[in-house]
Design a protein around this ligand. Structure first.
Ligand SMILES: CC(=O)[C@@H](O)[C@H](O)COP(=O)(O)O
Ligand SMILES: NCC(=O)COP(=O)(O)O
Length: 250
């Protein structure tokens, strides 16, 4: 029986920057937060450089790319500006996400199927700079197949619909969609990650999807960090992921 691989944790530090941007101060320093998260067990750091720069700033990405010990996963829109920034700063990974100026947070996955040629070009431009490309998509077979055709080696399944599900029935249906999506992604040879809206009390069932490689979690960790500190908040999440995966039924 093959051993189940541990699930990795990417800590998204966007909302450390949200607190800083609230008054445009020099604190809290996102680099300090990232290094604390790494020391607490984060396997990588995720940061979303939005076009509107509402939280993460260009200088954050430059410093993180230079100073992290683990790996930087830069989330960004599929634009010439962002591709140029990525090719210049060369993070280990880029996750291409949809963006709408007016959105409170990411509302859905990238519509890869609607413009395969553009996605292929973006994936190729980033891969040429030795950046691992991930596409942030809904648990939709059409988008998963499109991601494979676009040449992305990694997909990140949007777990927001699961996280926001109104009740246990809806949540179970969303979980089943994610399970089927992860299976299809694996069959197509894609590395399958997941994220958005995950927290300490809804993450276990996602961890039990055996071929999910990494979870990117931010808002819930930063929210707990406000109460207990970032180091324990990250350690708590790592422990939660490890405990859930250890229970996986083979
Ligand atoms: C793509 C995704 O789900 C998040 O990583 C994204 O960063 C959410 O945007 P905010 O961090 O601005 O809420
Ligand atoms: N891609 C998901 C991510 O990086 C973190 O999302 P959230 O946990 O802040 O909702």
């Amino acid at each position: 029986m093959n051993a189940i691989a541990p699930i990795l944790l990417g800590v998204n530090i966007d909302h450390i920057a949200t607190l800083r941007q609230a008054r445009h101060t020099r604190y809290p320093e996102v680099v300090q937060a990232a290094l604390i998260a790494e020391q607490a067990g984060a396997d990588g750091i995720t940061a979303h450089l939005r076009e509107d720069r509402r939280h993460i700033q260009d200088r954050d990405i430059e410093l993180l790319a230079a100073l992290l010990h683990s790996r930087l996963n830069l989330e960004m829109a599929v634009t010439d500006e962002m591709i140029a920034i990525a090719r210049k700063t060369r993070p280990a990974a880029c996750c291409l996400v949809p963006e709408k100026r007016a959105e409170l947070t990411t509302e859905g996955g990238l519509d890869v199927a609607a413009d395969i040629a553009r996605m292929k070009d973006a994936c190729a431009a980033l891969a040429e700079a030795d950046i691992e490309v991930s596409l942030f998509i809904d648990a939709d077979p059409r988008q998963i197949e499109a991601a494979a055709r676009a040449g992305a080696p990694v997909i990140e399944l949007h777990t927001g619909h699961y996280a926001d599900a109104a009740g246990p029935g809806a949540r179970r249906r969303e979980l089943e969609r994610l399970q089927a999506a992860a299976r299809l992604g694996g069959e197509l040879g894609l590395t399958v990650n997941a994220g958005h809206g995950l927290h300490y009390h809804n993450v276990a069932d996602i961890c039990r999807i055996s071929n999910i490689h990494e979870l990117n979690i931010g808002h819930a960790i930063v929210a707990r960090a406000v109460m207990t500190g970032l180091d324990p908040a990250v350690r708590d999440m790592k422990r939660t992921l490890e405990a859930a995966r250890a229970l996986i039924d083979r």
